[in-house]
Design a protein around this ligand. Sequence first.
Ligand code: SIN
Length: 287
Amino acid sequence: MTTIVDSPVTSSLDIRPLQPTIGAEIGGVDISQPLEPAVRDEIRAALLRHKVVFFRDQELTQQTHESFAREFGPLYTHPGAAKSDPSRSAIHRIAAEDLKKYEKSHQPQPGDDVWDAYHTDTSWRLVPTWGAVLRAVVLPEVGGDTVWVDAALAYEKLDDEVKARLEGRHVTHDYRSALQVTGFDYPIVAHPVVRTHRETGEKNVWVNFTQRPTIIGLDRAESRELLSAVIDQYRRPENQVRFSWRPGSVAFWDNRATVHYAVRNYGSTPRLLERILIADEPQYTDL
Ligand code: SIN
């Protein structure tokens, strides 16, 4: 089984697991207010244990959204962040209409593999961001859920033969064309396909299927075959938690332990969420 990190004995928080290994709803805290250190540590412990945590009925502004995220590390400004307010540079608008425009201008090329959009954030960077806090702003009346996958459970469920073939392999994620539109240049980097989470010690399988993943050192067919085995595990409901947004909902996830997928079943109804990414420590560049 996957490792469970013990939460400190407390508290004021009401932590309700949603699935056995992934997802918990946290009540009993107003995250628009500065957090007591013990409460912050408890949220962090819950996040390590449950990988993604959810808060309901919060009244965050952009400013308090940033203050909450900053409790857990320095904020990272994504070069592609379309800013609604230049003084709030870490806020990244995730708007349905922008996604549509992006997709229109980044159609798959002939011969490209097209995968379901399970992804991690900033896997194109040498040191990907470790956490993300996503806040509902405008929601469709129904639909537009987000799914998170327990990447350790996905790893555990792979066949032993596939695990052996993935061991020591690295995957590249190519995000250059999207970055170049924003005037940002970054080389392609590779990360281990199987990563060990440095805080929980769990092994997980970590691939971004939105950025043309390629496993280094294999021919195209074998890379595709192994990536298919990975995405098959991401797709299994047993390895997932699915969250239905409501006004006032906030999700906070550990980007090193999960991949996620936005369910696009709301037609042309507007949907806007705002995301803040939390940077990782530079000394962990090898992870
Ligand atoms: C994201 O991919 O970071 C946002 C997920 C969503 O839009 O549901």
